[in-house]
Design a protein around this ligand. Structure first.
Ligand SMILES: C[S@@+](CC[C@H](N)C(=O)[O-])C[C@H]1O[C@@H](n2cnc3c(N)ncnc32)[C@H](O)[C@@H]1O
Length: 213
């Protein structure tokens, strides 16, 4: 869904950083070979993720929802030399595709993949994070927040994707639409939880930045 006109969208992309060559290749191969390529962050949002990560210069990054590795590689662009990125996806079939592109990048050794349900894996990660990207399993965004908040360093940032859910957060919800219900509850949680300060950005499908106080 376009929240602004396609012409303005094109203008914004033209006046932002180009998509790096490796990510162009990953983007193309995802569209050729992998189901649901629309899940990939893509050129513009990828550059936003890269810029935020470069501004934060995180030592440790957590990503929930690797898919084909596009956003992981964007976030890795800001990581410190000694830093690590930990990324989780429930779909084991994506593992080799992700690893191929991680190893083609300069961050291969810093990126650690986990296969399984993030709800089970996050509690087992014995580390703190400077930057977290939540981009999977909309129904459980509130649960991910509760699992992450104590592992987030003060000043650390949570980026949450798809918070506008193609505008469905404003519509009447079908009883079985657990994703929209989950996102509406999550957006309210971020606004009201005193542990974070939050700004929602109308980027692509909605991207929220929350900073731990
Ligand atoms: C929207 S895609 C992630 C896109 C990726 N972050 C990007 O921007 O290129 C969501 C991914 O979450 C994964 N996923 C769904 N439920 C999950 C869960 N409970 N735990 C971990 N990963 C999950 C899916 O397999 C899918 O690859």
């Amino acid at each position: 869904m376009h929240f602004i006109s396609e012409d303005l969208d094109d203008y914004i992309i033209k006046h932002s950083e180009d998509e790096p060559k490796l990510l162009q290749k990953l983007n193309r191969e995802t569209h050729q070979k992998i189901l649901q390529p629309r899940m990939l962050s893509g050129h513009y949002q990828g550059r936003v993720l890269s810029m935020i990560s470069k501004l934060i210069q995180p030592k440790t990054i957590l990503e929930i929802g690797t898919y084909t590795g596009y956003s992981a590689l964007c976030l890795a662009e800001g990581i410190r030399l000694e830093g690590e990125l930990h990324t989780i996806d429930i779909n084991e079939e994506l593992y080799d595709f992700q690893r191929k592109y991680f190893d083609l990048s300069s961050y291969g050794k810093q990126i650690h993949q986990y296969v399984g349900d993030a709800l089970e894996i996050v509690p087992k990660l014995n580390m703190n994070f400077d930057l977290v990207f939540i981009d999977a399993d909309k129904e459980n965004y509130c649960n991910y927040f509760e699992l992450i908040i104590d592992k987030l360093n003060v000043g650390g940032v949570i980026l949450s994707d798809n918070v506008l859910w193609s505008g469905k957060v404003l519509e009447s919800i079908k009883p079985d639409d657990v994703d929209t219900k989950g996102l509406i509850a999550y957006n309210a949680l971020l606004k009201n939880d005193v542990r974070v300060e939050t700004v929602m950005l109308p980027i692509r499908d909605g991207l929220t930045i929350s900073r731990k106080k």
